[in-house]
Design a protein around this ligand. Structure first.
Ligand code: SAM
Length: 214
């Protein structure tokens, strides 16, 4: 099955910066991890955590104004059937947790960086510090996984997701986002799975279900 492209419902308003982030160091890590969980080690984990911890104090003020559009669109149009337990991975400062909280009966949000988590509002989610490569979550237990501007750890995502569960992979600046995967990459990571995608505002999203990995 190939990727289904949905029509754009939220327009891309003027002013989106055109940035070629195809050689961004984060893009390289994103590709490596998504292809084969590659090169993720205790050392890389510490480096990534320390990088985002240094960005935490200014993270919220550095976001653009339309950052929530693709999240809203994905939640509206990805047809989540099981909304029992949502897991937000790489939640950062929790900018999107309040939106996700309304979509699920229970929401858990995980991040590597304690400094990013310290910026979160405790009323929006149950926040835990952890590494998405090795989550303290049992097999086949999560209804939907939401990754917003975060790496896709395909083996661990498949392990914890219910067989009928869904992954939402959202990039708030679309293909200008440093942590981004193209439709072709998503299709090669999850061949023969059901994949939908849409552009929304300045960003884009994928929903992935009936997941099979290569
Ligand atoms: C680009 S930021 C995005 C934060 C938030 N989702 C947002 O869009 O504002 C990526 C986040 O993923 C977290 N992260 C990176 N690798 C991770 C891992 N292995 N497990 C959990 N979180 C991770 C980082 O600490 C960081 O907060």
């Amino acid at each position: 099955m190939s990727v289904i492209y949905l029509e754009q419902n939220i327009p891309t308003l003027d002013g989106k910066p055109v940035v070629d982030n195809s050689s961004h160091p984060m893009r390289k890590i994103t590709n490596l991890i998504a292809q084969n969980d590659g090169n993720w080690s205790e050392e890389v984990s510490k480096q990534v955590s320390s990088l985002f911890s240094s960005l935490a104090p200014n993270w919220n003020s550095s976001r653009h104004q339309y950052t929530k559009d693709p999240v809203i669109d994905a939640l509206r149009r990805s047809e989540l059937k099981d909304t029992n337990i949502g897991l937000e991975i790489g939640c950062g400062t929790g900018i999107y947790s309040s939106l996700l909280k309304d979509a699920f009966k229970s929401l858990i949000s995980v991040d590597l960086s304690i400094d990013m988590l310290c910026e979160c509002s405790v009323k929006d989610s149950f926040y835990i510090q952890g590494d998405a490569m090795n989550l303290p979550i049992r097999d086949d237990s999560i209804s939907a996984i939401v990754l917003i501007n975060c790496f896709l750890f395909k083996t661990e995502m498949k392990r914890i997701l219910k067989p009928a569960g869904k992954i939402l992979f959202i990039s708030t600046s679309g293909d200008s986002t440093p942590i981004y995967l193209s439709p072709e990459q998503i299709e090669s990571i999850y061949p023969n799975s059901d994949i939908k995608t849409a552009v929304a505002g300045w960003g884009s999203w994928y929903s992935i279900e009936n997941i099979k990995t290569n």
